[in-house]
Design a protein around this ligand. Structure first.
Ligand code: PGA
Length: 250
């Protein structure tokens, strides 16, 4: 059976002190559940401290991005080994903000996923369509292209364990959540695609999170859908009470 995973993507929020406060608040109020894995993704500058604060808990630590290269003249970039050295086990790759604001292509996302897997990091591979793509009827083509190109050249053995996050771009940070039916439809489509590309076993075992305006009030219904295995939470993970409530409601 695949695991339910709720992850909090802090994005560019919280300085070091604020990060420490939020982590401590989450630790205090979270009742850990065996059936839901919790992951947080603070900014790079807080990862080292976060890893110390999380030791002894089951909360996983993720980076929000990384470079596809190992080292060298890549000003401002952070490598897989660097995030591992501060305790990360996961890394968010291909987030729509990286794609739209920073111009990341499917090809680059693919290189990053390969690098993460080679370094024993678990990718949280994000995909999703814009409103324009949905309304023009291109949604499934867009998702299929992102999945096929993002996973190009990755074997079934290597892909096992990778987390997929379906995040419709129009639902991110907008308060406009996909209906459970809309999200379920795309999740089932992605799972079927994985079955076609790999195998039924891989498809059945892959956790596919939903992301886009997830809140305590909509988490139960969304995560209650057959093919929705958790959430990647942005805005609502910046307050311990709402993040913990989402986990409780998952
Ligand atoms: P949101 O962000 O929950 O604020 O919509 C989700 C995400 O971008 O991962």
């Amino acid at each position: 059976m695949r695991q339910k995973i709720v992850a909090g993507n802090w994005k560019m929020n919280n300085d070091l002190n604020e990060s420490v406060t939020l982590i401590n608040e989450i630790k205090e109020s979270l009742v850990e559940r065996e059936d839901v894995k919790v992951i947080i993704a603070p900014t790079f500058i807080a990862l080292d401290k976060a890893s110390q604060l999380l030791s002894g808990t089951n909360i996983g630590l993720s980076a929000q991005n990384m470079c596809s290269e190992d080292s060298g003249a890549f000003t401002g970039a952070i490598s897989a080994n660097m995030i591992k050295s501060v305790g990360c086990e996961y890394v968010i790759l291909g987030h729509s903000e990286r794609r739209t604001i920073f111009g990341e292509t499917d090809k680059l996302v693919n290189a990053k996923i390969k690098k993460a897997i080679a370094k024993n990091l678990t990718p949280i591979f994000c995909i999703g369509e814009t409103l324009e793509e949905r309304e023009s009827g291109e949604m499934k083509n867009v998702i299929e292209k992102q999945v096929r190109e993002g996973l190009d050249g990755i074997s079934e053995t290597d892909l096992a364990g990778t987390i997929v996050a379906y995040e419709p771009v129009w639902a991110i940070g907008t308060g406009k959540v996909a209906t459970p039916e809309q999200a379920q439809e795309v999740h089932a489509f992605i799972r079927n695609l994985l079955k076609e590309m790999y195998s039924e076993e891989l498809a059945e075992n892959t956790t596919i999170q939903y992301g886009g305006s997830v809140k305590p009030e909509n988490a139960t219904e969304l995560i209650g859908q057959n093919d929705i295995d958790g959430a990647l939470v942005g805005g609502a993970c910046l307050k311990a009470d709402s993040f913990v409530a989402i986990i409780k409601n998952a």
